[in-house]
Design a protein around this ligand. Structure first.
Ligand code: ZN
Length: 138
């Protein structure tokens, strides 16, 4: 069995952002030389997500509106976590959107459904963040 590990780096311009990382994960599979196996992709921070969904701007706007209804950023004082920090909403949003995805690798490619794309979801950006890509297989 072969294994491969890489960290993808992010530093978003805004507090919240969705970034399609499917091309980067595909590149990792190429670099790994693994033809059959699994790729695990997870945010290494508790205020960011990795999730799979459609790459459609209307949907991304709907996610933003929905998440802001469930866990509004402001007022900061509504959260017990805020004090030294102001990112309680980001922790909650991350929990809803998930920590990681696992995707099958078949014939050296991501074995995704027709509209599935892998996203990095940033909820407390403007600083350095990492995503782990771990691949195992042969
Ligand atoms: Zn925090």
């Amino acid at each position: 069995m072969k294994s491969y590990r890489k960290e993808l780096l992010f530093n978003t311009a805004s507090r919240r952002e969705f970034i399609n990382i499917t091309p980067q994960v595909s590149q990792c599979i190429k670099e790994s030389g693994i033809n059959e196996g699994f790729v695990l992709c997870n945010a290494m921070h508790i205020t960011a997500s990795v999730f799979i969904n459609d790459d459609e701007s209307g949907l991304h706007s709907d996610f933003e509106t929905w998440l802001e209804k469930l866990a509004p950023e402001k007022p900061y004082s509504q959260y017990r976590h805020n004090g030294a920090e102001d990112n309680a909403d980001a922790h909650l949003k991350r929990t809803i959107m998930g920590r990681e995805v696992v995707v099958a690798i078949t014939n050296s490619e991501l074995d995704l459904g027709p509209w599935e794309q892998i996203f990095y979801g940033e909820f407390d950006g403007k600083r350095k963040k990492r995503v782990l890509v771990k691949i195992i297989g042969e």
